[in-house]
Design a protein around this ligand. Structure first.
Ligand SMILES: *[C@@H]1O[C@H](CO)[C@@H](O)[C@H](O)[C@H]1NC(C)=O
Length: 152
């Protein structure tokens, strides 16, 4: 009956591929070339590194949160600081993972608990309004920060 198992496996793989294409919206990868996409609209962006255990713990929850993002009217992004080191300088990321809420180019660091419900209510109930935005002089798209990022 090995044949049956193989057939089942093939069907399963096709099914998974199908789910991937038609299923939930996934996390948008951002890098040094296209990070400025986050200046448009509303985003939640995670800075992570593949070696960071706390980032791995967040990974699944972040993906689930991304699945909810179309309903929330936001985009969920992720920056791998090992492949985009300039961005961690630009955004002054000193700990991993770091999460930012971005709306119309305003940045706020997310310091709540790292679970899907907290992320959702942060956006849905506009809890970010209670958090001070990163002052404009160190806003990641300012000239000063472009200079800082060139050192990384
Ligand atoms: C940025 O580039 C990466 C790698 O090419 C790509 O996977 C990602 O979708 C791009 N993000 C945006 C917002 O265009």
């Amino acid at each position: 009956m090995a044949c049956g198992k193989v057939t089942f496996l093939i069907i399963f793989v096709i099914f998974c591929a199908f789910l991937n294409v038609n299923g939930q919206k996934s996390v948008v990868e951002l890098n040094e070339g296209n990070w400025s996409e986050i200046l448009k609209g509303e985003w939640m962006v995670e800075f992570y590194a593949p070696w960071c255990p706390a980032c791995k713990a967040l990974d699944q929850k972040w993906k689930e949160f991304a699945g909810l993002s179309p309903g929330l009217g936001i985009k969920v992004g992720a920056v791998d600081v090992t492949t985009s080191p300039g961005l961690s300088g630009r955004f002054m990321v000193t700990a991993l993972p770091t999460i930012f809420h971005v709306i119309n180019g305003e940045f706020r660091q997310y310091k709540g608990s790292r679970d899907k419900d907290s992320f959702t209510s942060f956006v849905e109930e506009k809890k970010w309004e209670q958090v001070d935005a990163v002052p404009s002089w160190k806003s990641p798209n300012s000239v000063q920060m472009s200079i800082v990022s060139s050192f990384f």
